[in-house]
Design a protein around this ligand. Structure first.
Ligand code: P6P
Length: 335
Protein backbone atom coordinates (compact mmCIF):
# COMPACT_ATOMS: atom_id res chain seq x y z
CA UNK A 1 0.00 0.00 0.00
CA UNK A 2 1.70 3.20 -1.12
CA UNK A 3 1.26 5.94 1.48
CA UNK A 4 0.08 8.97 -0.50
CA UNK A 5 0.67 12.28 1.32
CA UNK A 6 -2.32 14.59 1.00
CA UNK A 7 -1.93 18.37 0.93
CA UNK A 8 -3.77 18.58 4.26
CA UNK A 9 -1.35 16.13 5.89
CA UNK A 10 1.61 17.98 4.33
CA UNK A 11 0.44 21.37 5.65
CA UNK A 12 -0.24 20.01 9.16
CA UNK A 13 3.16 18.32 9.30
CA UNK A 14 4.78 21.61 8.19
CA UNK A 15 2.77 23.42 10.87
CA UNK A 16 4.15 21.05 13.53
CA UNK A 17 7.67 22.06 12.47
CA UNK A 18 6.89 25.74 13.11
CA UNK A 19 7.13 26.63 16.82
CA UNK A 20 4.09 28.54 18.03
CA UNK A 21 2.04 27.85 14.89
CA UNK A 22 -1.59 28.22 15.91
CA UNK A 23 -3.15 26.31 13.03
CA UNK A 24 -4.79 29.47 11.64
CA UNK A 25 -2.56 29.42 8.58
CA UNK A 26 -3.23 25.70 8.03
CA UNK A 27 -6.94 26.36 8.16
CA UNK A 28 -6.65 29.35 5.77
CA UNK A 29 -4.70 27.25 3.27
CA UNK A 30 -7.35 24.54 3.44
CA UNK A 31 -10.03 27.15 2.71
CA UNK A 32 -8.05 28.32 -0.35
CA UNK A 33 -7.76 24.68 -1.46
CA UNK A 34 -11.53 24.24 -1.20
CA UNK A 35 -12.11 27.36 -3.31
CA UNK A 36 -9.67 26.12 -5.95
CA UNK A 37 -11.37 22.71 -6.09
CA UNK A 38 -14.63 24.53 -6.78
CA UNK A 39 -12.95 26.62 -9.49
CA UNK A 40 -11.43 23.48 -11.03
CA UNK A 41 -14.88 21.91 -11.25
CA UNK A 42 -16.37 25.09 -12.78
CA UNK A 43 -13.57 25.51 -15.33
CA UNK A 44 -13.76 21.83 -16.25
CA UNK A 45 -17.54 22.03 -16.86
CA UNK A 46 -17.05 25.12 -19.11
CA UNK A 47 -19.42 25.16 -22.05
CA UNK A 48 -21.64 22.52 -20.43
CA UNK A 49 -22.87 25.09 -17.91
CA UNK A 50 -22.64 28.23 -20.06
CA UNK A 51 -19.76 29.93 -18.20
CA UNK A 52 -17.58 30.63 -21.23
CA UNK A 53 -17.36 33.89 -23.13
CA UNK A 54 -17.24 37.55 -22.19
CA UNK A 55 -19.05 39.14 -19.27
CA UNK A 56 -19.21 42.38 -21.30
CA UNK A 57 -17.59 44.24 -18.36
CA UNK A 58 -14.10 45.65 -17.70
CA UNK A 59 -11.84 45.24 -14.66
CA UNK A 60 -9.62 47.86 -13.07
CA UNK A 61 -6.95 46.93 -15.58
CA UNK A 62 -9.24 48.05 -18.40
CA UNK A 63 -9.40 44.44 -19.60
CA UNK A 64 -12.65 42.86 -20.79
CA UNK A 65 -13.70 40.32 -18.18
CA UNK A 66 -14.67 36.76 -19.00
CA UNK A 67 -17.69 35.34 -17.19
CA UNK A 68 -15.30 32.98 -15.39
CA UNK A 69 -13.12 35.89 -14.21
CA UNK A 70 -16.08 37.12 -12.17
CA UNK A 71 -17.37 33.69 -11.13
CA UNK A 72 -13.95 32.56 -9.90
CA UNK A 73 -13.38 35.85 -8.07
CA UNK A 74 -16.71 35.36 -6.25
CA UNK A 75 -15.77 31.78 -5.36
CA UNK A 76 -12.51 32.97 -3.76
CA UNK A 77 -14.17 35.81 -1.84
CA UNK A 78 -17.09 33.66 -0.58
CA UNK A 79 -14.74 30.86 0.49
CA UNK A 80 -12.47 33.15 2.51
CA UNK A 81 -14.43 36.11 3.89
CA UNK A 82 -16.18 34.19 6.75
CA UNK A 83 -13.11 32.21 7.97
CA UNK A 84 -11.86 34.72 10.56
CA UNK A 85 -8.32 34.26 9.21
CA UNK A 86 -8.25 37.39 7.01
CA UNK A 87 -8.21 41.12 7.69
CA UNK A 88 -8.79 41.82 4.00
CA UNK A 89 -8.39 40.58 0.43
CA UNK A 90 -7.25 42.04 -2.90
CA UNK A 91 -8.18 40.67 -6.32
CA UNK A 92 -7.11 41.46 -9.86
CA UNK A 93 -10.81 41.72 -10.69
CA UNK A 94 -11.78 44.25 -8.01
CA UNK A 95 -10.63 47.91 -7.95
CA UNK A 96 -10.32 48.38 -4.17
CA UNK A 97 -9.32 46.05 -1.33
CA UNK A 98 -12.16 43.68 -0.38
CA UNK A 99 -13.33 44.28 3.21
CA UNK A 100 -14.28 41.44 5.52
CA UNK A 101 -18.03 41.82 6.24
CA UNK A 102 -18.74 43.25 9.68
CA UNK A 103 -20.41 40.04 10.92
CA UNK A 104 -17.17 38.08 10.55
CA UNK A 105 -14.04 38.31 12.77
CA UNK A 106 -10.88 39.83 11.29
CA UNK A 107 -7.83 37.57 11.19
CA UNK A 108 -4.07 37.94 10.96
CA UNK A 109 -3.52 37.44 7.22
CA UNK A 110 -4.16 39.20 3.92
CA UNK A 111 -4.97 37.20 0.77
CA UNK A 112 -4.19 38.61 -2.67
CA UNK A 113 -5.11 36.72 -5.81
CA UNK A 114 -5.58 36.57 -9.54
CA UNK A 115 -8.59 34.24 -9.53
CA UNK A 116 -8.20 33.13 -13.14
CA UNK A 117 -4.87 33.95 -14.75
CA UNK A 118 -4.66 33.44 -18.50
CA UNK A 119 -8.43 33.67 -18.84
CA UNK A 120 -8.07 34.81 -22.48
CA UNK A 121 -7.28 31.11 -23.04
CA UNK A 122 -10.42 29.76 -21.39
CA UNK A 123 -12.56 29.93 -24.56
CA UNK A 124 -9.92 28.00 -26.50
CA UNK A 125 -9.56 25.33 -23.80
CA UNK A 126 -5.94 26.02 -22.83
CA UNK A 127 -4.48 25.82 -19.31
CA UNK A 128 -5.44 28.63 -16.92
CA UNK A 129 -4.92 29.02 -13.19
CA UNK A 130 -5.38 30.78 -9.86
CA UNK A 131 -2.42 32.63 -8.33
CA UNK A 132 -2.41 33.62 -4.64
CA UNK A 133 -0.15 35.38 -2.16
CA UNK A 134 -0.51 35.55 1.64
CA UNK A 135 0.80 38.46 3.71
CA UNK A 136 0.59 39.19 7.44
CA UNK A 137 -2.02 41.73 8.61
CA UNK A 138 -2.45 43.78 11.77
CA UNK A 139 -4.44 41.09 13.59
CA UNK A 140 -8.10 41.87 14.22
CA UNK A 141 -7.99 45.22 12.40
CA UNK A 142 -9.69 45.79 9.04
CA UNK A 143 -6.92 46.15 6.47
CA UNK A 144 -6.14 49.52 4.90
CA UNK A 145 -4.65 49.84 1.40
CA UNK A 146 -1.26 50.54 3.03
CA UNK A 147 -1.42 47.18 4.87
CA UNK A 148 -1.30 45.44 1.47
CA UNK A 149 1.71 47.38 0.17
CA UNK A 150 4.35 44.95 1.49
CA UNK A 151 7.38 43.76 -0.45
CA UNK A 152 7.44 40.28 -1.95
CA UNK A 153 10.02 39.28 0.66
CA UNK A 154 7.28 39.68 3.29
CA UNK A 155 5.08 36.94 1.80
CA UNK A 156 4.15 34.14 4.23
CA UNK A 157 3.03 31.84 1.43
CA UNK A 158 2.58 31.82 -2.34
CA UNK A 159 0.93 29.32 -4.62
CA UNK A 160 -0.84 28.70 -7.85
CA UNK A 161 -3.32 26.14 -9.08
CA UNK A 162 -3.17 24.92 -12.67
CA UNK A 163 -6.44 23.93 -14.36
CA UNK A 164 -4.96 21.85 -17.15
CA UNK A 165 -4.88 18.17 -18.15
CA UNK A 166 -4.35 17.71 -14.40
CA UNK A 167 -5.40 20.14 -11.69
CA UNK A 168 -2.26 20.86 -9.68
CA UNK A 169 -1.35 23.09 -6.76
CA UNK A 170 2.20 24.43 -6.52
CA UNK A 171 2.99 25.83 -3.08
CA UNK A 172 5.75 27.46 -1.07
CA UNK A 173 5.81 28.69 2.53
CA UNK A 174 9.48 29.61 2.31
CA UNK A 175 10.75 26.05 2.76
CA UNK A 176 11.09 24.93 -0.87
CA UNK A 177 8.42 24.26 -3.49
CA UNK A 178 6.08 21.27 -3.59
CA UNK A 179 3.57 20.18 -6.24
CA UNK A 180 0.28 18.41 -5.58
CA UNK A 181 -2.05 16.75 -8.09
CA UNK A 182 -5.81 16.70 -7.51
CA UNK A 183 -7.19 13.16 -7.32
CA UNK A 184 -10.63 13.93 -8.75
CA UNK A 185 -12.04 10.64 -7.41
CA UNK A 186 -11.00 11.30 -3.83
CA UNK A 187 -11.17 15.12 -3.96
CA UNK A 188 -7.73 15.48 -2.36
CA UNK A 189 -4.53 17.09 -3.62
CA UNK A 190 -1.77 14.45 -3.45
CA UNK A 191 1.97 15.24 -3.12
CA UNK A 192 3.34 14.20 -6.52
CA UNK A 193 6.24 16.64 -7.04
CA UNK A 194 8.20 17.07 -3.79
CA UNK A 195 10.97 19.66 -3.56
CA UNK A 196 10.77 21.06 -7.11
CA UNK A 197 14.03 22.60 -8.42
CA UNK A 198 14.58 24.73 -11.55
CA UNK A 199 17.66 23.71 -13.59
CA UNK A 200 20.10 26.66 -13.58
CA UNK A 201 20.82 26.19 -17.30
CA UNK A 202 18.19 26.12 -20.02
CA UNK A 203 17.74 26.32 -23.79
CA UNK A 204 14.10 27.37 -23.72
CA UNK A 205 12.69 30.90 -23.56
CA UNK A 206 9.15 32.28 -23.37
CA UNK A 207 8.22 35.75 -24.59
CA UNK A 208 5.53 37.28 -26.82
CA UNK A 209 7.72 38.04 -29.85
CA UNK A 210 5.04 40.24 -31.46
CA UNK A 211 5.94 42.94 -28.91
CA UNK A 212 9.63 43.10 -29.96
CA UNK A 213 9.38 46.67 -31.25
CA UNK A 214 8.24 47.83 -27.77
CA UNK A 215 11.11 46.23 -25.80
CA UNK A 216 14.10 48.06 -24.37
CA UNK A 217 17.50 47.42 -26.00
CA UNK A 218 18.84 44.91 -23.39
CA UNK A 219 15.87 42.59 -23.94
CA UNK A 220 16.05 42.94 -27.73
CA UNK A 221 19.81 42.17 -27.58
CA UNK A 222 19.24 39.11 -25.35
CA UNK A 223 16.41 37.62 -27.43
CA UNK A 224 18.11 38.38 -30.77
CA UNK A 225 21.18 36.43 -29.56
CA UNK A 226 18.96 33.46 -28.62
CA UNK A 227 17.43 33.61 -32.12
CA UNK A 228 20.90 33.55 -33.75
CA UNK A 229 21.45 30.14 -32.13
CA UNK A 230 24.72 28.26 -32.57
CA UNK A 231 25.93 30.72 -35.27
CA UNK A 232 25.57 33.63 -32.84
CA UNK A 233 27.36 34.74 -29.65
CA UNK A 234 25.58 32.12 -27.53
CA UNK A 235 27.03 29.28 -29.66
CA UNK A 236 23.99 27.07 -29.10
CA UNK A 237 20.40 26.74 -30.31
CA UNK A 238 17.37 27.74 -28.26
CA UNK A 239 13.69 26.76 -28.36
CA UNK A 240 10.72 29.09 -27.81
CA UNK A 241 7.36 28.61 -26.13
CA UNK A 242 4.52 31.12 -25.50
CA UNK A 243 1.28 29.82 -23.98
CA UNK A 244 -0.03 33.29 -22.96
CA UNK A 245 -0.85 31.79 -19.57
CA UNK A 246 1.76 32.66 -16.93
CA UNK A 247 0.77 29.75 -14.67
CA UNK A 248 1.46 27.28 -17.50
CA UNK A 249 4.80 28.89 -18.38
CA UNK A 250 5.98 28.95 -14.74
CA UNK A 251 4.98 25.32 -14.18
CA UNK A 252 6.89 24.28 -17.32
CA UNK A 253 9.94 26.17 -16.03
CA UNK A 254 9.64 24.46 -12.62
CA UNK A 255 9.66 21.07 -14.35
CA UNK A 256 12.28 21.51 -17.09
CA UNK A 257 13.85 24.96 -16.73
CA UNK A 258 13.46 28.00 -18.97
CA UNK A 259 13.18 31.76 -18.84
CA UNK A 260 9.87 33.68 -18.97
CA UNK A 261 9.82 37.35 -19.91
CA UNK A 262 7.10 39.98 -19.99
CA UNK A 263 9.53 42.92 -20.07
CA UNK A 264 9.22 46.70 -19.86
CA UNK A 265 7.00 47.84 -22.71
CA UNK A 266 7.18 51.31 -24.30
CA UNK A 267 3.57 51.14 -25.52
CA UNK A 268 2.27 52.90 -22.38
CA UNK A 269 4.91 54.37 -20.03
CA UNK A 270 2.29 54.40 -17.26
CA UNK A 271 2.32 50.60 -17.52
CA UNK A 272 5.98 49.46 -17.14
CA UNK A 273 4.88 45.91 -17.88
CA UNK A 274 1.70 43.90 -18.27
CA UNK A 275 1.93 41.68 -15.21
CA UNK A 276 0.85 42.82 -11.78
CA UNK A 277 3.33 42.90 -8.90
CA UNK A 278 1.17 41.98 -5.90
CA UNK A 279 -0.71 38.93 -7.19
CA UNK A 280 1.31 37.72 -10.18
CA UNK A 281 4.99 38.74 -10.09
CA UNK A 282 5.50 38.50 -6.30
CA UNK A 283 3.92 35.06 -5.72
CA UNK A 284 5.56 33.63 -8.85
CA UNK A 285 8.86 35.28 -7.92
CA UNK A 286 8.72 33.75 -4.42
CA UNK A 287 8.02 30.28 -5.87
CA UNK A 288 10.73 30.55 -8.53
CA UNK A 289 13.38 31.71 -6.01
CA UNK A 290 12.39 28.95 -3.57
CA UNK A 291 12.96 26.46 -6.42
CA UNK A 292 16.46 27.79 -7.05
CA UNK A 293 15.60 30.21 -9.86
CA UNK A 294 15.67 34.01 -10.06
CA UNK A 295 13.04 36.73 -10.63
CA UNK A 296 13.97 40.25 -11.72
CA UNK A 297 12.46 43.36 -13.30
CA UNK A 298 15.73 43.55 -15.25
CA UNK A 299 16.93 46.26 -12.88
CA UNK A 300 16.04 44.84 -9.44
CA UNK A 301 14.92 41.67 -7.69
CA UNK A 302 11.12 41.49 -7.99
CA UNK A 303 10.68 40.57 -4.31
CA UNK A 304 12.53 43.77 -3.32
CA UNK A 305 10.21 46.12 -5.27
CA UNK A 306 8.50 48.55 -2.86
CA UNK A 307 4.81 48.50 -3.84
CA UNK A 308 3.03 51.81 -4.44
CA UNK A 309 -0.33 50.50 -5.61
CA UNK A 310 -2.18 47.20 -5.24
CA UNK A 311 -2.59 46.90 -9.03
CA UNK A 312 0.79 48.20 -10.11
CA UNK A 313 2.56 46.48 -12.99
CA UNK A 314 6.21 45.48 -13.25
CA UNK A 315 8.47 44.03 -15.92
CA UNK A 316 8.96 40.29 -15.25
CA UNK A 317 12.03 38.20 -16.13
CA UNK A 318 12.08 34.91 -14.21
CA UNK A 319 13.25 31.30 -14.39
CA UNK A 320 16.61 29.55 -14.67
CA UNK A 321 19.10 31.60 -12.69
CA UNK A 322 21.88 31.66 -15.32
CA UNK A 323 19.61 33.13 -17.99
CA UNK A 324 17.93 35.68 -15.72
CA UNK A 325 21.40 36.89 -14.65
CA UNK A 326 22.35 37.09 -18.34
CA UNK A 327 19.43 39.45 -19.08
CA UNK A 328 20.14 41.52 -15.94
CA UNK A 329 23.78 41.93 -17.02
CA UNK A 330 22.62 43.39 -20.36
CA UNK A 331 20.47 45.93 -18.46
CA UNK A 332 23.55 46.85 -16.41
CA UNK A 333 25.65 47.17 -19.59
CA UNK A 334 23.08 49.56 -21.09
CA UNK A 335 23.20 51.72 -17.96
P1 P6P B 1 -0.20 38.44 -24.03
C1 P6P B 1 -2.67 36.43 -19.16
O1 P6P B 1 -3.58 37.42 -19.65
C2 P6P B 1 -1.41 37.14 -18.70
O2 P6P B 1 -1.71 38.00 -17.64
C3 P6P B 1 -0.35 36.12 -18.32
O3 P6P B 1 -0.89 34.97 -17.75
C4 P6P B 1 0.33 35.82 -19.65
O4 P6P B 1 1.68 35.42 -19.49
C5 P6P B 1 0.25 37.16 -20.37
O5 P6P B 1 -0.86 37.89 -19.80
C6 P6P B 1 -0.01 36.99 -21.86
O6 P6P B 1 0.02 38.28 -22.44
O7 P6P B 1 0.09 39.91 -24.27
O8 P6P B 1 0.80 37.54 -24.72
O9 P6P B 1 -1.63 38.04 -24.30
Amino acid sequence: MTTQVTLTQFIIEQQRSMPGASGDFTSLLNDIVTACKRISHMVNRGALIGVLGSAETENVQGETQKKLDIITNDIMVEALEWTGHLAGMASEEIDDPIDIPAQYPKGKYLALFDPLDGSSNIDVNLTVGTIFSILRAREGIAASVEDFLQKGTDQVCAGFVLYGPSTMMILTTGHGVNGFTLDQDVGEFILTHPDMRIPEKTNEFAINMSNRRFWEEPVRRYVDELMEGEDGPRGENFNMRWVASMVAEVYRILTRGGIFMYPFDTRDPSKPGKLRLMYEANPMGFIVEQAGGAASTGRERILDVKPEDIHQRVPVILGSKNEVEHVVSYHQDSE
